[in-house]
Design a protein around this ligand. Structure first.
Ligand code: GLU
Length: 510
């Protein structure tokens, strides 16, 4: 393969939707898989849609995801500038070569005139093309003198691409979809350069992909209809076009259609990688980062929205995925987003990273909450809790980890707390008091010895033990937890728990 150079080319018209991040990810993976270069190009030619802060948001979101570009506005590179608004000269020169060859033309039709044509054509759709351009106000239909006079008078004009006069089949190979073909007659004479002298997306995109030596254009399916025009533009310029690969849409969790911001609002899940605050309204939309997702989990989730390794594996680091990534394994049909699955990826990543990886973070969370845990204690808490949560802060919402419970699950108490239970727990406390080295193993041995001596079953004592220590019916190993609390606190909770439960039962009966 020739040098692989791919680009992610967002327009800074707002925050990056997770579909955009997936496009960036697949480009990044493809570059890594082939020892290539990943470029970030900012397509900011549409001044009307420019949004303050959007470009910085894109850079930051990509950095959070670990998808930093090899070339780009911040990264630099030999093919800059990487912002289209700084490349106007290049587009002007390119358009001039098309005009000189008669492959593009100047059009003076005003927006009002075009509107009137559209209205008049209804219910058909008016198209500026080979069949209509001869009757319109452009440099192909008018004499050179008229054109010169109009220009001299300062009349605004656009430059349009001249689509083929004769209908032909425009065909190209898409790396994901295979052979794609369109009839040239479906294309209109697209505007390449606007009246303000700025290029449209189509012109700037093709010119830049050529000048930046882009080998593969990997982008969302919504750009597939533009691809035939791009193929014709490359031909007009006399350039080879890059390989195209159009990624499937990301679909809403249920029903038809593309995942949108509204689905996120309705379903209570983020559609943006990081929080986004609209500079105009001040409204903030949630991001995966601020919801506590690890970037690795978010990226893994996006990876699996449209790609698979050909077997059942789902958990990948980006580096692992890069070793296997290929466009052939990208699916053609839409990929349905499932917010529960996103959470599942987060759980898996949290667990698989292991306790040690989270000690620092938990220390910080504990400290912020005024809980004085040491690193060792944080590690022990993580050993107990990592399997049970999807997000670290949830651990700090687990009150019984750092203070004796005051609330006891009344329903459970009613069902499981028998006459004799309090007596068992008192005796258990005595047995545990005899344990010198209060490790999980020693607590377990003492506990089992106690059951054996009293000929009691596990269930008769373990659940009340748990209720006394945590107030709840489920959680980590109570031997681990007792060891974490230490002897004194364990015995204290046992005794307090017994008293509290007795009071609860008395109040329920009374
Ligand atoms: N600027 C376009 C966008 O916002 C780029 C499309 C492409 O990759 O060609 O998605």
């Amino acid at each position: 393969m020739t040098d692989v150079r791919v680009r992610f080319a967002p327009s800074p018209t707002g925050p990056l939707h997770m579909g955009g991040v997936r496009t960036a990810l697949y480009n990044w993976l493809f570059a890594r898989a082939h020892g290539g270069t990943f470029i970030l190009r900012i397509e900011d030619t549409d001044q009307g849609r420019f949004v303050e802060g959007a470009e910085a948001y894109i850079e930051e979101a990509l950095a959070w995801c670990g998808l930093s570009p090899d070339e780009g506005v911040n990264a630099g590179g030999d093919f800059g500038p990487y912002r289209q608004s700084e490349r106007s000269e290049l587009y002007r020169a390119a358009v001039q070569t098309l005009l000189d060859q008669g492959l593009a033309y100047e059009a003076f039709d005003t927006p009002e005139e075009l509107d009137a044509l559209r209205k008049a054509a209804e219910p058909d759709v008016f198209q500026y093309d080979a069949t209509t351009r001869g009757q319109l106000r452009n440099s192909l239909a008018m004499g050179a003198e008229e054109v010169a006079a109009l220009k001299a008078s300062g009349a605004p004009f656009v430059v349009r691409f001249k689509t083929p006069d004769q209908e032909e089949e425009v065909q190209f190979e898409d790396a994901i979809r295979g052979s794609v073909s369109f009839k040239s007659s479906v294309l209109d004479d697209k505007v390449l350069m606007k009246a303000d002298g700025l290029p449209t997306y189509h012109l700037a995109n093709v010119v830049d992909d050529h000048h930046m030596r882009i080998s593969h254009v990997i982008r969302g399916e919504e750009w597939l209809p533009s691809a035939p025009l791009h193929v014709l533009l490359y031909r007009a310029f006399g350039w080879d076009h890059p390989v195209f690969a159009h990624l499937p849409l990301i679909l809403k969790p249920t029903g038809n259609g593309k995942l949108s911001k509204r689905d996120g609002d309705a379903g209570g899940f983020p559609v943006f990688p990081t929080n986004w605050t609209d500079p105009k309204s001040g409204d903030t939309w949630p991001g995966y980062r601020e919801q506590g997702y690890a970037p690795e989990a978010f990226v893994n989730m996006l990876l699996m929205l449209g790609w698979n390794p050909g077997d059942e594996r789902e958990l990948f680091t980006a580096e692992e995925a890069a070793k296997e990534f290929s466009l052939e394994r990208v699916v053609k049909s839409g990929a349905r987003f499932n917010p529960d699955k996103a959470k599942w990826f987060q759980e898996q990543h949290l667990r698989n990273a292991g306790s040690a990886a989270h000690v620092e973070a938990l220390l910080a969370l504990a400290e912020a909450q005024g809980v004085n845990w040491t690193a060792e204690q944080c590690h022990a808490v993580l050993d107990m809790m990592l399997e049970r949560v999807a997000f670290l802060p949830v651990i700090m919402e687990t009150g019984w980890l750092f203070e004796a419970p005051t609330d006891f699950n009344a329903k459970l108490v009613r069902k499981k707390w028998k006459e004799e239970t309090a007596g068992y727990l008192h005796d258990l406390a005595t047995a545990l008091d005899g344990v010198d080295d209060f490790t999980s193993e020693n607590v377990e041995t003492a506990f089992k010895g106690f059951l054996e001596a009293r000929e009691l079953g596990f269930g008769q004592v373990l659940l009340p033990f748990r209720i006394a220590l945590t107030g709840e019916g489920g959680g980590p190993s109570m031997f681990d937890f007792a060891a974490f609390l230490g002897k004194e606190a364990t015995l204290d909770r046992l005794n307090r728990g017994v008293d509290a439960v007795l009071a609860l039962k008395a109040s329920e009966e009374g």
